[in-house]
Unconditional design. Structure first.
Length: 192
């Protein structure tokens, strides 16, 4: 993994040559693509928030969360085509305790199941621990979402617990897997 500057964005991004992807900061211009992805059934079913996304709602997220520093969102892009494939983000950034919640989704169906999510997760952890000054990164995932759980495990997140019947979605209670990573483990080359 190396740092890579995309001249079109003029922003630092992280690049994984083996996976052929890089991360760049999300912009307002990504709104239509993100709204379209998040409204697809195969993406939406893996989020606790089930309401339909709108451009206005996403732009409010940018103004209230991204621009205030409460969240960071990056686009996962194909190195060869500069096409966005999905997004990674940090939310609920707690500067006092140096921690944040991690999230990811792969919007392009053809990019799922080929390691893009794992590579992007590893790149975002690098950003978290090297640039953002975080000590801890955590995530929640549906226990039934085996593909996501395997991705997080491969990226190095350690399981910290299972929250039984934690959320009520689509008429049934769902278990959530809680995973976390600590900077010192990441620096030591151990699973975070």
């Amino acid at each position: 993994m190396e740092q890579y500057n995309n001249p079109a964005q003029r922003e630092p991004v992280y690049f994984d040559p083996a996976a052929g992807i890089y991360l760049r900061l999300m912009t307002y211009e990504d709104t239509d693509r993100i709204v379209s992805w998040r409204n697809r059934e195969e993406v939406r079913r893996n989020f606790v928030y089930q309401e339909a996304f709108t451009p206005e709602g996403h732009e409010n997220w940018i103004r209230s969360q991204i621009e205030t520093g409460k969240a960071v969102q990056m686009m996962i892009c194909d190195k060869e085509t500069d096409t966005a494939l999905g997004s990674v983000y940090l939310r609920d950034i707690d500067r006092q305790h140096h921690k944040a919640e991690f999230g990811i989704f792969i919007g392009e169906e053809t990019s799922r199941g080929r390691g893009v999510g794992t590579a992007a997760t590893k790149l975002m952890l690098r950003y978290c621990f090297e640039e953002a000054g975080l000590h801890r990164v955590y995530l929640r995932a549906y226990r039934r979402n085996g593909q996501a759980v395997r991705c997080y495990e491969k990226a190095g997140f350690r399981q910290e617990g299972i929250l039984r019947d934690d959320v009520y979605v689509r008429g049934e209670y769902q278990d959530m897997v809680w995973r976390g990573g600590i900077k010192r483990d990441w620096e030591a080359g151990k699973p975070v």
